[in-house]
Design a protein around this ligand. Structure first.
Ligand SMILES: [Zn+2]
Length: 82
């Protein structure tokens, strides 16, 4: 687990111990880690892949294109768990 993930868990679940926060996150039935992931609008799969070759040199174009591994739909702007 990276520090970023640990901090995110603490932010979401509170407490001082990332492992404890993770434990609570895993036990919570309505908020799974999957809810934090962008989903395919077509099939609700979380198996989105960033398109290779997206240029990084244009800051205003940092929207990454994704495609769904499950149904192969192109996803321009996946939103996480809303
Ligand atoms: Zn899909």
């Amino acid at each position: 687990m990276s520090d970023d993930v640990g901090e995110q868990l603490l932010e979401t679940w509170g407490g001082d111990d990332p492992a404890d926060a993770l434990c609570r996150a895993q036990q919570a039935p309505t908020t799974t880690p999957d809810d934090e992931l962008p989903r395919c609008p077509e099939c609700q799969s979380v198996r989105l892949r960033a398109r290779p070759g997206t240029p990084h040199q244009q800051p205003e174009k940092r929207d990454t294109d994704y495609w769904c591994e499950n149904c192969h739909t192109a996803v321009d702007d996946p939103e996480a768990g809303r």
